[in-house]
Design a protein around this ligand. Structure first.
Ligand SMILES: Nc1ncnc2c1ncn2[C@@H]1O[C@H](COP(=O)(O)OP(=O)(O)OP(=O)(O)O)[C@@H](O)[C@H]1O
Ligand SMILES: O=P(O)(O)OC[C@H]1O[C@](O)(CO)[C@@H](O)[C@@H]1O
Length: 309
């Protein structure tokens, strides 16, 4: 997020524009909380995790009156164009503002990687690397203790983070909200693995999967035939931390592209990474849409799980 704000500001300075940052998302926009930015103020932003501008969900902004008030607040502050950095909800808000006459460019940022129109959102690669680091450490512990470990990663509605971290972490199984898994099947795999002499068994479970990580842990322990199971919820560790080089570069590309789109008078678009190209995708095409999990990746995670046979 910070790397994206820095990129937008730097690209805007390059055009001779004045830059103001909005604090606390749409809540701050409604209250006219603008912070004037010069290039000195951006020192160190590239490597910082989280968002230095703050973020807040706003119920007020969700109303029609709230959105019109937000446009008014921007106009009163002399804002001629706005760049919104965020997930599906934030980009829906961006479209609403653009439709009310405030030129907006969107940048997709969410660790869920569920925004349509882009292969990757900002934050995904950083969260993924964090999740993989957790799985690696858990596997060390699991091997030492001959245990099963269930690792819960974020993703209420989308299994991207779970599948990709299972693939990169070499997990033995993965559960996501998109695909049904019978706990008995996991217990069977686990027992095969135990009998095959494997020192550990690691299952990655999306927050929104059914059974949940907690339920699966209970099933394994109730079966009581092989490994004992422990649960680790990665939680908000996944949404913090300095961004990876990939995320910093993506933020730079998307930020510069957003400013260019506004400069070209081509507002109402989200900047999306498609292949290795940054495309301008109409916000109305992606709002309300989801980027579905690729079932091929889910199948691959299962295929590469190293269950002894
Ligand atoms: N359908 C919508 N139309 C307009 N504004 C919206 C809509 N949904 C959410 N918002 C606004 O966007 C802001 C952020 O939304 P939300 O909390 O859903 O996060 P997000 O951008 O989708 O990111 P995350 O991936 O973290 O969920 C909120 O302040 C909310 O008021
Ligand atoms: O605790 P909160 O605010 O609901 O945030 C966690 C949620 O945010 C996300 O990280 C992004 O939408 C989800 O994967 C997760 O469910």
């Amino acid at each position: 997020m910070n790397a994206a704000v820095r990129a937008v500001a730097q690209a805007a300075f390059g055009k001779g524009w004045e830059v103001a940052a909005v604090e606390s998302g749409y809540a701050g926009l409604l209250e006219g909380r603008f912070r004037s930015v010069d290039s000195g103020a951006l020192s160190g932003w590239m490597s910082r995790g989280g968002t230095m501008l703050g973020t807040e969900r706003s119920d007020d902004f969700a109303t029609d009156e709230g959105k019109s008030r937000a446009v008014e607040a921007a106009r009163e502050a002399g804002v001629e164009g706005l760049v919104v950095v965020g997930g599906g909800g934030s980009l829906a808000g961006a479209l609403a503002l653009d439709e009310r006459g405030l030129p907006v460019a969107g940048i997709p940022a969410t660790i869920d990687n569920d925004v349509a129109g882009t292969d990757m959102s900002i934050g995904v690669d950083t969260a993924l690397n964090t999740a993989v680091g957790i799985i690696d450490r858990i596997r060390d512990t699991a091997s030492s203790h001959h245990r099963a470990h269930v690792v819960e990663v974020f993703g209420r509605d989308n299994g991207y983070l779970a599948v990709m971290s299972a693939l990169a972490g070499g997990a033995d199984a993965v559960l996501t909200p998109e695909f049904e898994t019978k706990p008995e099947d996991i217990v069977r795999l686990l027992e095969e693995s135990y009998e095959g002499g494997k020192p550990h068994f690691v299952v990655v479970v999306s927050e929104g999967a059914s059974p949940t990580a907690d339920e699966l842990c209970g099933h394994i322990n109730d079966a009581g035939e092989s490994y004992a199971a422990d649960l680790t919820a990665a939680g908000h560790i996944q949404s913090g931390g300095g961004p990876t080089a990939f995320d910093r570069i993506l933020a730079g590309r998307l930020g510069a592209a957003a400013v260019k789109a506004l400069a070209d008078g081509d507002a109402g678009k989200m900047m999306g990474l498609q292949g290795n190209v940054i495309e301008r995708v109409p916000l109305e095409e992606i709002v309300g849409e989801d980027r579905p999990l690729d079932p091929g990746l889910y199948e691959l995670a299962g295929e590469l799980a190293r269950i002894p046979r």
